[in-house]
Write a protein that binds this ligand. Structure first.
Ligand code: SF4
Length: 328
């Protein structure tokens, strides 16, 4: 093993966060935690992860779980397509692999929702396979370590970094620690804006001249803006929630109506809200419409909180409805 890997692993052993799912090396728990941690800080996703594992302790329980419950457990993490893919993947594991995740990166990559990073993390951490797990943290560390100033969103630059990571992999015995050490270094020391180079265990091997400027990525395109008006139909203390269309943003999830109800007896304008998705911004106005009749889609706030996975785009309005009911 090269000196750089030894120093990194030694630092990791002494300084890593006690993340139970990584220490346990359970493939199922590593899989769920890695999917949940995409676009979410580990500390923020931990309560979701614990709740999920308590209620769905293995792959079979995920495969059998109904979509409403899965969405409810996922509520707050966003990107609901990842939750849908977890279920598809669990069903495939039950059908093809006796309820387990396969152990090679190649087989894992064939499963729904599992990309190269997640496949690498499961194969190396849980099964000790000598493969890389390259996420944004690892790209940042390597672009700095080798002072790569080209655009890391370009395929040829990504490939160059992948090659450097692959060449750096230690033996099977150390692979789990090494990959976790790289992730942890990227999360705790080689952080995006102000890297903590003075505390870095591999500073003496690092060629970065201006680390904070790396990795270089061109400016993101401006997000598209969509204007929406939601109408929250309310009868007595019940709110009308509807299942959204099967395509488009938040497909198949619950939300509020986008048409005015009939039989309005009072209208109240709510505070507008802007919800930001990765490529789109929803600029939303909302009207609370008190009506004089109900149907089966009306639910109490308690029922919604217990059983309906309302996406975070609608939560500010839900909170205003709760406030209205509370003041009544
Ligand atoms: S020395 Fe600084 S830039 Fe280089 S790897 Fe360490 S933290 Fe990152």
């Amino acid at each position: 093993m090269k000196k750089f890997q030894i120093d990194l692993i030694e630092w990791y052993i002494q300084n890593h966060r006690p993340l139970e799912f990584r220490l346990k090396k359970d493939p199922y728990e590593i899989w769920i935690s890695e999917i949940m941690a995409q676009q979410t800080r580990i500390e923020a996703m931990l309560p979701y992860f614990k709740r999920w594992i308590q209620q769905l302790p293995d792959i079979e329980s995920v495969a059998k779980c109904d979509d409403e419950k899965l969405n409810k457990l996922w509520q707050g993490l966003g990107y609901y397509s990842r939750c849908k893919n977890i279920k598809k993947c669990a069903i495939e594991c039950v059908e093809k692999y006796e309820g387990k995740l396969p152990c090679t990166k190649e087989e894992l990559l064939k499963l729904p929702g599992i990309g190269p990073y997640t496949a690498g993390a499961i194969a190396s951490i849980a099964y000790g396979q000598r493969v890389s797990a390259i996420d944004g943290n690892v790209i940042r560390v390597f672009s700095r370590l080798y002072n790569i100033c080209e655009d890391v969103t370009k395929t040829n630059v990504k490939k160059k970094i992948e090659k450097l990571v692959d060449e750096s992999l230690p033996s099977k015995e150390e692979i789990s620690y090494y990959n976790q050490a790289l992730m942890e270094l990227g999360a705790l020391i080689c952080i995006p804006k102000s890297p903590r180079c003075d505390h870095c265990p591999i500073q003496k091997y690092c060629s970065a001249l201006d680390p904070a400027s790396l990795p270089y990525k061109p400016k993101k395109k401006v997000r598209k803006i969509e204007y929406k008006h939601v109408y929250i139909w309310m009868y007595q203390n019940k709110v009308h929630v509807v299942k959204r269309a099967d395509t488009g943003l938040l497909a198949g999830l619950y939300g509020f109506d986008e048409v005015k109800p009939e039989h309005i007896i009072e209208s109240i304008e709510l505070e507008p809200y802007i919800h930001i998705f990765s490529h789109v911004e929803w600029h939303m106005d909302a009207t609370l419409c008190i009506v004089d009749r109900e149907d089966s889609n009306y639910k109490t706030v308690e029922e919604i909180e217990e059983r309906v996975a309302l996406p975070s785009a609608f939560m500010p309005f839900m909170n205003q409805v709760k406030e209205y009911l509370w003041k009544k």
